[in-house]
Design a protein around this ligand. Structure first.
Ligand code: APR
Ligand code: PHB
Length: 392
């Protein structure tokens, strides 16, 4: 058994864990990051791609935004499509000049890993049997196996950044957390295609066959999604069928979607989930470990970064002054933003997807809401300020 010590033990090397590690490094706090997958795996997992400006700014301030500033694509609007027509929502005009940056979460993760290893700080991949212990003591422990050795890492604090399926949240004793969730009868079939995006801005399309989204990763890479069943069988979706359905759902007069080789495809289910509080003893949860949003509002990554910004501030303050006030307020401060994003994501999802059963009343409500958004500046401004990210 190898006995080790650090100040903050971070479980999970997704955006939450890696950004927290970086912010704590800048605050002079020792951390060890533990990740159960390989570096190769986490650097190639295709995830979301919309950064709120405040998320991008934080990464730049933390010194990991060099490539983001070079390759990220700033967008000032999005388009909503329904009844076969597109309408632009001028985000920046409606939200005090704020914008969004298109830059893949995968790229954010690569940049953070490079910075961590560049600083020569501990980031262990392919750890096994991670267990969290003594959470109610002032010396919580993380036990794990790595390269054949058993380790016991004693910490001041454990940060549970291990995603929805991680071990941190389930290590909290039964009955102490309240969870809130909603399952949706939808999934997204997503593709990454080697073709220049056919539209400058993102298009969120409401269509009788179901929702579709046109997004991008770079000037040469399109990212496209179709509403499908949560357990949709990908074998039933050869590339031709995917393109035909995208053409149909995203089609408007005088425009065609350019097609190209499909580099990646997958189906993701959708759920909303929140656990309260986001803390137990010396364990603090952040990101997907504490909450999940359906992807329609593009909030998942941004929420994860917002959590760790608060956690880093609280920890740096505590180490400097011994004042635990911000640590005590961590969960409540996060949940304020989390619930706003939960509502926004649920609302966008409900407005744009076609529910099974095709209730005509639902359809009329969706279309009325969409028409309201594109004709009322007040309604559009509400979408815009949520989409670019509220200053909470
Ligand atoms: N031990 C160590 N690491 C673990 C364990 C474990 N037992 N279980 C899971 N992990 C790792 C996962 O392999 C993953 O790399 O924790 C990491 C969690 O990262 P994410 O799932 O990316 O979660 P988070 O960092 O909170 O980022 C949230 O990711 O899923 C998207 O839409 C979501 O954009 C949002 C973002
Ligand atoms: C993406 O580009 O992957 C993306 C964009 C917008 C969303 C969700 C995902 O709402």
């Amino acid at each position: 058994m190898r006995q080790e010590r650090t100040q903050v033990g971070i479980v999970g090397a997704g955006p939450a864990g890696l950004t927290l590690a970086r912010l704590l490094e800048l605050g002079g706090i020792d951390t060890v990051v533990l990740e159960d997958r390989s570096r190769e795996y986490v650097e190639h997992r295709i995830r979301a791609g919309v950064l709120e400006q405040r998320t991008a700014d934080l990464l730049v301030e933390a010194g990991v935004g060099e490539r983001l500033q070079r390759e990220g694509i700033v967008h000032h609007g999005i388009e909503l499509q329904f009844d076969g027509e597109r309408h632009r929502i001028p985000l920046s005009e409606l939200a005090d000049g704020r914008s969004i940056v298109i830059y893949g979460q995968t790229e954010v993760v690569k940049d953070l890993i490079a910075a961590r290893l560049g600083s020569g700080l501990p980031l262990l991949f392919e750890v096994d049997d991670v267990g969290i212990h003594e959470l109610e003591s002032s010396e919580p422990q993380i036990r794990f196996r790595h390269e054949g050795d058993q380790h016991e890492l004693t910490c001041d604090v454990v940060a549970g950044c291990d995603g929805f399926h991680g071990v941190c949240r389930p290590s909290i004793p039964d009955g102490l957390l309240s969870s809130f969730s909603r399952e949706y009868p939808y999934g997204w079939l997503g593709i990454l295609a080697e073709v220049a995006p056919s539209n400058d801005e993102l298009v969120y399309a409401h269509h009788p066959n179901g929702f579709a989204l046109s997004s991008l990763r770079s000037p040469q890479l399109s990212r496209l999604y179709l509403q499908c069943a949560p357990e949709e069988d990908l074998d039933e979706w050869p590339d031709d069928r995917i393109w035909a359905e995208l053409q149909k759902r995203l089609g408007v007069a005088g425009w065609t979607l350019a097609e190209g080789p499909v580099l990646e495809k997958g189906v993701t289910g959708m759920r909303s989930f929140v656990v309260e509080p986001m803390q137990f003893g010396r364990l603090f949860l952040a990101g997907d470990a504490a909450h999940i949003v359906p992807p329609t509002g593009a909030k998942g990554l941004n929420l994860a970064i917002a959590d760790v910004r608060l956690l880093a501030e609280a920890l740096v303050g505590w180490y400097r002054t011994g004042n635990a006030e911000l640590l005590r307020a961590y969960s409540a401060n996060c949940l304020n933003r989390v619930w706003r994003a939960e509502h926004f994501s649920w609302w966008m999802t409900s407005m744009l997807h076609r529910p099974p059963g095709d209730d005509p009343f639902d359809l009329k409500l969706q279309l009325s809401q969409l028409r309201y958004l594109v004709t009322s500046k007040a309604a559009a401004a509400s979408l815009a300020e949520n989409y670019v990210g509220l200053e909470l």
